[in-house]
Design a binder for this molecule. Structure first.
Ligand code: HEC
Length: 206
């Protein structure tokens, strides 16, 4: 009887050990959670810093100059920031380009998003993260390859002028990743940019 009482009412032989183990497991969990929170907080902070750097690079490398359509303002043409970086507006009817085979070599539309020259007619791409018409579904790798190789989607047809990828390809990996991170963070704009028109098809623009 005594023996049974001892076992049921008292601590079994393994109890203190288990308690110690549970306590230390608890400590480990608390510490791990704390460490995780710290890592999460610092990775959020470093993501924010990367996006800020991307914004700075996009600004000084004048991506907006071609990829944000101009609108007429009180003091002349100004970038329409409600359509920031969304490329050539799909609602504009494309007109036949002026002569560009004499003294003048190329021409830009009044939005500065459509460009005619010896390469045909190119339209600046939608760089917003819209998944249907922008670069929302692009991977970081696709983006880096597009700029580095000068190829549509990174692998397809050559990217036409005046997109200065020959200069931008010199961005470091870190810079291109920051630019990509920033572009993925801006407001998505639904805008389906027309397809590039090769020189042989320019005459067909009516
Ligand atoms: C001088 C004008 C100009 C500037 C400045 C410019 N772009 Fe472009 N960009 C273009 C044009 C035009 C196209 C479309 C070319 C084509 O369709 O072949 C284009 C296309 C692109 C593409 C699409 C590539 C693809 O796969 O189709 C990306 C990405 C891009 N630009 C990113 C940028 C970034 C990032 C910057 C700034 C660092 C920038 N561009 C600055 C004119 C410009």
């Amino acid at each position: 009887m005594n023996g049974t009482t001892e076992v049921q009412g008292g601590m079994p032989w393994w109890a203190p050990q288990r308690k110690r183990m549970m306590m230390s497991m608890g400590m480990v969990l608390v510490l791990a959670a704390g460490a995780f929170a710290l890592v999460a907080a610092s990775s959020t902070a470093s993501k924010e810093a990367e996006i800020e750097r991307g914004k700075y690079l996009v600004t000084v490398a004048v991506c907006n100059d071609c990829h944000t359509p101009l609108k007429m303002g009180a003091n002349g043409p100004e970038p329409d920031m409600s359509r920031m970086l969304s490329g050539h507006p799909s609602d504009l009817k494309v007109e036949p380009p002026p002569q560009t085979d004499g003294f003048w070599m190329f021409a830009g539309s009044r939005t500065a998003t459509a460009w005619a020259g010896p390469w045909g007619v190119s339209f600046t791409k939608n760089l917003t993260p819209d998944t249907l018409t922008g670069i929302g579904i692009w991977t970081e790798e696709m983006f880096m390859n597009a700029i580095r190789n000068g190829r549509h989607w990174g692998v397809s047809r050559p990217i036409m002028p005046p997109m200065p990828w020959q200069y931008y390809r010199n961005f470091t990996d870190e810079d291109l990743k920051a630019i990509y991170a920033y572009l993925q963070s801006i407001p998505p704009v639904f805008n389906e940019v027309p397809e590039y028109i090769p020189p042989t098809e320019v005459a067909a623009i009516k």
